[in-house]
Design a protein around this ligand. Structure first.
Ligand code: FAD
Length: 382
C-alpha cells in the first residue's frame, strides 16, 4: 500500500501507532469494562494534533490530506474502536460541517477550540423516527424574532456528553419538498431546553459516549444557523462522506487488530500435537481474511484519494464502508473462533473486537443504505 503514502504519512502512522500502543492499549480493556469515556486522552490527542488533521494551520490544524486522516483513524482503531470513533465523530461529523459550511465568524468562534480539544463536537442527525430515512427529520425550528425555537429529539449521538457544540438538523420549511426545508443549527449544549440523556449502554464502542437528546422550546440565536437556510440535509450528507470513509478506516483497524491476535494465538496454541494454524480450517482462513482486509484497504485508501483528488466520492465512500465494515465483522468473528473457548473469555481482547465490529455496519448508514447508494449509481449508468 506504500503507493498511497508520502514520507509525512509514514511519520504520522508511526507516531499514532506509538501513541495507541503506549497510551490507549493499557486502558482499552478497562474503558470497555467500566463503560468509561477516556476524558484524559482528549488533551493528549489534541497535543499530538490528532483533532485537527484535515483543517488549516490558521486554526491550529495540521492541513494534511484525507489519506493522513484515514491512517490516524485506522491506527487508533487497531487498538481501540471507542477512541477511534470519538476522534472520527469529532472531526468528520462535528468539526467538518463548521469548516465546510460555516461563515468566517462561525469558524472563528469554534474551529480553534475544537482543534485544541477545548471542547468536542457532535452531529445530531438520527432521530427516533428518522434513522436510515434521515430526511424524515421531525425536529422543528420556528423563527421568532432574532431567535429560532427548536423542539424535537435525536438518538444515538456520539460525543454528546462532552461536546461544546452540537450540529443538529431541524425542519425550517415544513412545506418544502424533502430533503429540502431542513437546516443545521450549531447549538451550545448548555442552552436551556437542550436535554442530554445518560449514556446508552452499548454492545461495543463502550468507551465512547452515545446519548439521546431532547429539545424542549430551546431558543437559539439566529447566528447559530450553519451557513445557509434550508440546505442542511445536503450539508450533513456531505459531512457523512468523510464520516463513512472514517468508519471504513476504523473497520480496517479493527479487522487488522483481530487478525494480528488470531495469527499470534494460532502460532502459540497447539492441538493434536500441532500449532493450530497448521490445520487447514484455521490456516486457510487466516490467509483468506488477510486477503479480504487487503482488498478492503484498497477501497478505503482509494476513497480517501478520490475525496482529495476528485471523482465519485459518494460511491467510493459507500463501497469502502460497505466492504470494510463487513470484512471487520467476518475477521473478528473468525478471530474469536480461532481462539476457541478463550475467544469467549474477556481476558483476551478478541471478544471486544468482535463486539466493536458490529457497530461499523450500522453507524453512519447501515450496510443496506450503502447498497442503496451504490445501486442508485448502477441504475443511473443503464
Ligand atoms: C454506536 C452508535 C453511534 C451513533 N452515532 C451517531 C451520531 O453521532 N449521530 C447521528 O446522527 N447518528 C448516530 N448513530 C445512528 C446511526 O447512524 C443509525 O442508527 C443508523 O443510520 C440506522 O438508523 P436506525 O437505527 O434508525 O435504523 P433503521 O433506519 O430503523 O433501520 C433498521 C433496519 O432496516 C434497514 N433499512 C432501513 N431502510 C432500508 C431500506 N430502504 N432498504 C433496506 N433496508 C433498510 C436498515 O439497514 C436496518 O437494518 C449512531 C448509532 C450507533 C449504534
Amino acid at each position: 500500500m506504500k503507493q498511497y503514502f508520502q514520507e509525512e504519512h509514514f511519520m504520522l502512522q508511526e507516531m499514532v501507532r506509538d501513541f495507541a500502543t503506549n497510551e490507549v492499549a493499557p486502558i482499552a480493556e478497562a474503558m470497555d469494562r467500566e463503560e468509561r469515556f477516556p476524558v484524559e486522552l482528549i488533551p493528549q490527542l489534541a497535543e499530538l494534533g490528532l483533532l485537527g488533521i484535515p483543517f488549516p494551520e490558521a486554526y491550529g490544524g495540521a492541513a494534511m490530506d484525507t489519506m493522513a486522516y484515514t491512517l490516524v483513524i485506522e491506527e487508533l482503531a487497531r487498538v481501540d474502536a471507542s477512541v477511534a470513533i470519538t476522534v472520527a465523530a469529532h472531526i468528520s461529523l462535528g468539526t467538518s460541517p463548521i469548516f465546510l459550511f460555516g461563515t468566517d465568524a462561525q469558524k472563528d468562534q469554534h474551529l480553534s477550540n475544537l482543534i485544541s480539544g477545548k471542547y468536542l463536537a457532535c452531529f445530531g442527525l438520527t432521530e427516533p423516527e428518522a434513522g436510515s430515512h434521515a430526511s424524515g427529520t421531525q425536529t422543528t425550528a420556528v423563527r421568532d424574532g432574532d431567535e429560532w425555537v427548536i423542539n424535537g429529539a435525536k438518538n444515538f449521538i456520539t460525543n454528546a456528553g462532552y461536546s461544546g457544540v452540537c450540529n443538529l438538523t431541524a425542519v425550517t420549511d415544513p412545506d418544502a419538498k424533502r430533503p429540502g426545508g431542513i437546516s443545521v443549527f450549531m447549538v451550545n449544549p448548555k442552552t436551556p431546553g437542550f436535554i442530554i440523556s445518560p449514556p446508552e449502554k452499548k454492545m461495543g464502542w463502550r468507551g465512547s459516549d452515545t446519548r439521546a437528546l431532547t429539545f424542549e422550546n430551546m431558543r437559539v440565536p439566529a447566528d447559530t444557523l450553519l451557513g445557509e437556510l434550508d440546505v442542511g440535509f445536503k450539508q450533513m450528507m456531505t459531512a457523512l462522506i468523510g464520516g463513512r470513509i472514517s468508519v471504513a478506516a476504523m473497520s480496517l483497524g479493527v479487522a487488522d487488530g483481530a487478525l494480528s491476535a488470531a495469527l499470534k494465538y494460532s502460532n502459540e496454541r497447539e492441538a493434536f500435537g500441532k500449532k493450530i494454524h497448521r490445520f487447514q480450517g484455521i490456516g486457510m482462513k487466516l490467509a483468506e481474511i488477510a486477503t479480504e482486509i487487503e482488498a478492503a484497504r484498497h477501497l478505503v485508501y482509494h476513497a480517501s484519494y478520490v475525496k482529495d483528488n476528485g471523482g465519485d466520492v459518494v460511491n467510493a465512500a459507500a463501497m469502502a464502508k460497505l466492504k470494510a465494515s463487513e470484512v471487520a465483522v467476518r475477521a473478528t468473528d473468525f478471530a474469536v473462533q480461532a481462539h476457541g473457548g478463550y475467544g469467549y473469555i474477556k481476558e483476551f481482547p478478541v471478544e471486544r473486537y468482535f463486539r466493536d465490529a458490529k457497530a461499523l455496519t450500522i453507524g453512519e448508514g447501515t450496510s443496506e443504505v450503502q447498497k442503496l447508494v451504490i445501486l442508485k449509481r448502477l441504475m443511473k449508468g443503464l
